[in-house]
Design a protein around this ligand. Structure first.
Ligand code: FES
Ligand code: FE2
Length: 350
């Protein structure tokens, strides 16, 4: 057994098995190159991410077992992490292999950094600080080369669950995204839709809305959203887009789709970081910059409202707040969180 982490003694953080055994996105792959020490926090646990010379990613507690200094304040040299305090060197196996104060001594066995499970997938860095209970959810379009992918974010939100719930809610579009994803003077009625559960989570049938600027092409469309929640903090939609003006229909194709895979990193109970990967098969495809510009706008509009919601922690008991049939997906999401045993960041769950 490894030495107990001082972090454990300092802050118990999250105790929900469902979240501890889950994979969470903590960075994008592109932001961590060889030589970088990237500090981040997951479920109140401070982590340092680094990539070795062979390209492999590592995620450790951001803590040197010698005297508790933050490794992220150190540097990478010769494929090792060097602690900023007394210069202990840790190799890619998390082992201390050199102590400058005793250069000829072999460091003791217990001199190890505290590593966590880490994987890179979909241009994102995923970490599990417990024992992984399942695989990273599958992003259906990732291996389909007819889809262009663009990673966007990070976007800061308070509650990651409220960010997910907002992502699977089409009735806010005309108000929060007036002129972009909806029309404020002519909001779409939301026709009844269904929500089902399977072994991958919950999913909805299509929800139809009108969008003046519903995708990065800037063409007014009728959009049909099919939502999915894979994990408590991972969601997805596949949007079928039909050009609204028949005279411009030739600019699109009936196979046109715009998809988004959304992840929320739970930093603590009321701080989260959303990152998304968009996938689209339009021809011609919009530029990466066009996609990012539009997503930056939409997520800024979302967080400006979502971060005002109270309580900050999402109520998972349906007796709190009001639920209309147009909110069915959000309602099912809350019940599903509760049945999965989510209490961390949730309000009213025992
Ligand atoms: S605290 Fe890291 S080397 Fe001393
Ligand atoms: Fe939104």
């Amino acid at each position: 057994m490894s030495a107990p982490s001082i972090v454990d003694l300092e802050s118990p953080g999250c105790t929900d098995a469902v979240l501890l055994g889950d994979w969470h996105v903590v960075a994008t792959s592109a932001e961590i190159g060889y030589g970088d020490l990237h500090a981040t926090t997951l479920l109140e646990r401070d982590l340092v991410l680094w990539r070795d010379r062979e390209g492999e990613m590592h995620a450790w507690d951001d803590l040197c077992v010698h005297r508790g200094a933050r490794l992220s304040k150190g540097f990478v040299k010769d494929n090792r992490v060097v602690c900023p305090y007394h210069g202990w060197n840790y190799d890619g196996e998390a082992k201390c292999v050199f102590m400058p104060a005793a250069p000829s001594e072999k460091p003791m066995k217990k001199a190890r950094a505290i590593p966590h499970h880490v994987q890179e997938k979909y241009g994102l860095v995923w970490v599990c600080i417990g024992t992984p209970a399942h695989d990273i959810p599958s992003f259906p379009e990732w291996d389909d080369h007819s889809y262009k992918k663009v990673v966007c974010g990070p976007y800061r939100f308070r509650s990651g669950y409220r960010a997910v719930e907002n992502f699977i809610d089409a009735s806010h579009f005309p108000f929060v995204h007036a002129g972009v994803n909806g029309v404020i003077d002519d909001p779409d009625p939301i026709a009844p839709y269904e929500v089902y559960e399977d072994d991958q989570g919950i999913y909805s049938t299509e929800v139809r809305v009108t969008q003046p600027y519903g995708d990065p092409r800037g063409i007014p469309v009728i959009a049909y959203y099919a939502y999915r929640v894979f994990r408590p903090l991972v969601a997805y939609f596949k949007k079928r887009v039909v050009i609204a003006d028949p005279a411009r229909a030739h600019e699109g194709d009936e196979a046109d789709r715009f998809c988004t895979f959304l992840t929320a990193q739970p930093v603590d109970q009321t701080t989260s970081i959303v990152r998304i990967c968009c996938a689209m098969n339009f021809d011609p495809a919009p530029s990466d910059e066009d996609v990012r510009r539009r997503q930056d706008l939409v997520y800024a509009q979302d967080s400006a409202i979502v971060d005002t919601q109270r309580p900050e922690r999402i109520p998972v008991e349906l007796r709190y707040e009001l639920h209309h049939r147009s909110d069915l997906m959000g309602q099912k999401y809350r019940s599903w969180l509760k049945s999965a045993g989510v209490t961390y960041g949730a309000f009213g769950s025992l």
